[in-house]
Design a protein. Structure first.
Length: 320
């Protein structure tokens, strides 16, 4: 499989943990009609990591090396994000879940565990709901589910508005791109700063901003998930009729959504356990990697022990 060496790949990522590039490589995989970028490494049963907005696979870098001791870790760039293709359609969670299923099949995996943060949480939920035979365990963090989580009032508290105003803004069809283009550092830098309790390092924020400013279609791709919310909401209303039966871990930052993550998942799943990480904001895997790692390790232990024999099969769909 080809290994990209451009901005957004492993080879161009700053301040990776020691030994990271000896374990993980960037790959392009043709799946569900688009070229997807994944960072793969480790050995053991497959574990899919789905980042949130406005991040890339890089959001998981601090937990990936330890997870790779027990799992084959696959950290993906969502459709429209990073080095994955940026088509003009397909940002509803049904299509995004299909992206994940076909990606894992192309890598040779029919059954796997999945972790989703922020926009990755509704994608991971759709993945488990639409393809229950494919997902063994599901962990989610720091997000809501369209048409499931109760919406705040249009005119709410200043604190709620500060946290959520980007959602209606990102849903706009064009003026948001016009306002943000050339000012990516202001807009995205503000998002990272105001949603963190433990400030993210400047190099990480700068890296995300450079990726978002590097291509003309990058802003459109980053807003795609939000612009498809009407379609995703309709899909989630259908999914609620079939509650998840697999084990679910809900992770919240005490300085952000906290127990609200578990409260949301309990509306759509029977077996939900909750972890709230003290002194942490929205960016849990970067603000508190050790705590996230501990929660995932405990939750995934039964899956790890049962799935050690999982091995990928050759797939002819891999390529540029």
């Amino acid at each position: 499989m080809p290994t990209p060496e451009v901005l957004g790949s492993v080879g161009q990522a700053p301040h990776l943990p020691p030994g990271f590039t000896k374990t993980f490589t960037s790959r392009f995989v043709q799946a569900n009609g688009i070229r997807q970028h994944v960072v793969v490494g480790g050995e053991g049963p497959p574990l899919l990591l789905i980042h949130g907005w406005p991040e890339t696979w890089y959001a998981w870098r601090l937990v990936m090396p330890a997870l790779a001791r027990h799992f084959t870790v696959i950290a993906v760039d969502q459709r429209g994000i990073g080095l994955t293709a940026k088509p003009k359609s397909g940002y509803d969670t049904r299509t995004l879940a299909d992206d994940m299923v076909t990606l894992m099949a192309a890598l040779g995996y029919q059954r796997f565990a999945a972790v989703g943060h922020d926009t990755g949480m509704p994608i991971a939920y759709a993945l488990a709901a639409d393809h229950p035979e494919r997902v063994a365990r599901l962990a989610v963090a720091e997000a809501f589910l369209p048409a499931v989580t109760p919406s705040p009032p249009l005119v709410g508290t200043a604190q709620v508005n500060k946290r959520l105003w980007h959602i209606p803004f990102n849903r706009l069809t064009d003026v948001n791109e016009q306002l943000v283009r050339g000012r990516e550092g202001i807009y995205f830098g503000w998002q990272f700063a105001t949603k963190a309790v433990r400030k993210l390092p400047d190099y990480a924020v700068d890296y995300y901003v450079r990726i978002l400013a590097s291509q003309h279609d990058a802003l459109r791709g980053s807003f795609g998930w939000y612009r498809a919310l009407d379609t995703t909401s309709a899909q989630d209303r259908q999914r609620r009729a079939r509650p998840l039966t697999l084990p679910v871990l809900a992770i919240g930052g005490a300085g952000s959504l906290g127990e609200n993550v578990a409260d949301t998942m309990k509306r759509v799943a029977h077996d939900v356990r909750s972890v709230v990480i003290p002194g942490t904001g929205h960016w849990v895997a970067e603000e508190a990697p050790q705590e996230v790692l501990a929660a995932l390790t405990t939750f995934l232990e039964p899956y790890r022990d049962q799935g050690r024999s999982a091995r990928p099969q050759p797939a002819a769909t891999l390529g540029k």
